[in-house]
Every structure is written in C-alpha cells, then in structure tokens.
Design a binder for this molecule. Structure first.
Ligand code: FE2
Length: 325
C-alpha cells in the first residue's frame, strides 16, 4: 500500500497511525457486495428459518452436504451455555484420509436477553472451552474454508484488495483470518462495550454485507478519559474500572449513560456501517486495544462477518487461505 491509498479519502500513513493507537480504522466501501446479492439473500433467509426453529445441521447439510472436502462427524448442544443452539462437527478429508478433525460451526443466540433474536455462527476447531484453537493455529485455514463453503458470499471479503492493502500496512507481517463469526443481528440487537484482545490476536476485521450497524469504537485510553470526565473519576480510577471484573456501575455508565455516549460520538467514535463497509479494530494488548459497542439499525436483521487477525503460520504461508500481507 502506497501513500495513495486505494480507500478513497484514507491515506496509508493515517491508517497506520490510527492502527498503532488502536483507533478504529473505518473503511467505507471496502468490499463490493453488488455481485453477491443472491447468496446474501439466501443466507439471510437461512437465518430466518433458524430463528423459526429450523435444524442447523439441515442448513449446513444443504450447503456443504455434497462437499468433497468436509464430512459430517457429529453435532452437540451445550446445555451449560444457554445461548448455544447447536454445534456441528465436520472433518476435512481426502478420500479416506482425515486431514483435520473436529472443525466446528456453532450456532448460538448472541444475547442472554430472550427478546434479542440476534444469531451468530462461529467457525472454529477443537475444544473451545480449552481454547485449543489458540494452541495450534493450524486449523484456522480449515475453519475458514468451511465458512467460505457454507457462506459463499464471504469470498467478497477475501477478494477485496483494499482490505489486503490495509492489512499489509497494519499488521506489518502476514496474517490469516481466524475465529470467523457470521453475525445476524436483529433490529436493536448487538453487543455492549467490550474489547476483543484475545491472546495472540492482532485485531479484528468486521465487514457489513447487509443491513446497517451503528458503532461506538475508540481506544481504551480515550474511553477511560471519557469515563473519567463523565463519572467525575480520576483517570487512573477510570482506567482500573475497565479491567475485569467490571462493576455494575461501570457497565451502566458505559452502556446506559447518554453523556458518555455523546462524548464518544463527539470524539469521532461513532461509526455507521452500511453494506460493503468494514472496520478494523486493534487488539495490540490488554491496555492498547479498540473498545466497541454495536447496535443493529433498521427494521430487518443484518448480516456481517467478523474475522480475527492472527499470525500466518509458516506452514500456511502458501496455504489454502492464509493472507500474505
Ligand atoms: Fe467485539
């Protein structure tokens, strides 16, 4: 990426500076969705069926049942996690040989609130509770390939040269997409303020393919400053209030205080994502990352894809979907 960015109005130096400070990198029109209207419509319809009680395995089977690569291995329901609806396991195979086992597609409600009908599907592998995916990144290309076969419109994201250019500037070394999540936010649904600083993860790329979402997104240090101003706290105390575990008072301030919301928006932290827009969130470490909250606008469920950015393993540099930044 040269100083003349391919993103209109966004220069590479600005992108790199924003990324370094964990400011959200907004990329309007980064992905062309015009050619993907059919698959996007089919995915939205599939989520409607799931909301009405359709079987997730049936939906997966209808989309990849004929795959020569993926073979159904089982499905489970986690009765401890009330939000989980169903998890489908597949193996990647070549003939009779299993190339990678226990690749998962997990359908769940996003919120604990039963009135929020937002759904999501997370693609991963291994035992999620043991964070096996963190210990061996080798399954990420397979989980990504399953995502792309189940949701073919995801190819619009990987094919977007603008995103590849921006990732090259921000990540500085090759990255791969991992822990892909497909979001189907119901109107008004979304996520309260949080960060995504998982170990080993460099950032998160969120791409809107249908509908509209409103975001509050800003660096942790700016959120702490806004919290200090609005709550009359010392900056050090506001910073500490963002650490885990968060108190109910801090939660209420972050998510229910109009003064804080206004302050974040005034500081440039309000983004509205339309189809084709993307936003890049940094997760440098627990102190330097992009905090964000998300709300679905409009009167119909939206569709968006959230990808973690992880170092591309040596073995994946020429792999099936590693991103050579
Ligand atoms: Fe997030």
């Amino acid at each position: 990426m040269t100083s003349e960015s391919t993103v209109p109005g966004v220069a590479a130096a600005e992108v790199a500076a924003a990324w370094g400070r964990a400011r959200a990198v907004f990329l309007p029109g980064a992905v062309s969705v015009s050619a993907w209207g059919g698959p996007i419509g089919e995915t939205l319809a599939a989520f409607e069926r799931l909301r009405d009680g359709a079987n997730f395995l049936d939906e997966i089977d209808a989309r990849v049942g004929d795959s020569e690569v993926f073979r159904y291995a089982g499905s489970t329901v986690d009765h401890v996690d009330q939000r989980e609806i169903e998890r489908v396991f597949v193996d990647a195979v070549e003939g009779r040989a299993v190339l990678f086992s226990d690749i998962t597609a997990r359908l769940s409600w996003i919120a604990d609130d039963p009135s929020d009908l937002s759904l999501r599907v997370r693609f991963s592998y291994g035992h999620e509770s043991l964070d096996e995916w963190l210990q061996d990144l080798g399954g990420m290309p397979w989980a990504g390939r399953l995502c792309n076969e189940v949701y073919p419109e995801a190819a619009a994201i990987e094919g977007a040269t603008v995103l590849q250019d921006v990732l090259a500037v921000c990540a500085g070394s090759p990255v791969q997409f991992g822990e892909r999540i497909v979001y189907n936010n119901a109107p008004g649904g979304g996520a309260v303020f949080h960060h995504d600083a998982d170990p080993g993860q460099r950032g998160v790329l969120f791409t809107q393919l249908a509908g509209t979402t409103a975001w509050l997104a800003l660096p942790r240090e700016e959120l702490a400053a806004a919290l200090a101003r609005c709550a009359g706290l010392e900056l050090a105390d506001a910073n500490a209030a963002l650490d885990e575990p968060m108190t109910e008072a801090t939660w209420t301030l972050l998510n229910g205080d109009p003064q804080l919301t206004h302050a974040v928006a005034e500081g440039g932290g309000l983004l509205v994502l339309e189809p084709g827009d993307a936003v890049l969130l940094a997760t440098h470490d627990l102190q330097c990352n992009t905090w964000h909250s998300v709300f679905a606008l409009g009167d119909a469920p939206s569709l968006a894809y959230s990808y973690g950015l992880f170092p591309a393993a040596e073995a994946n540099r020429d792999g099936i979907n590693g991103h050579d930044g």
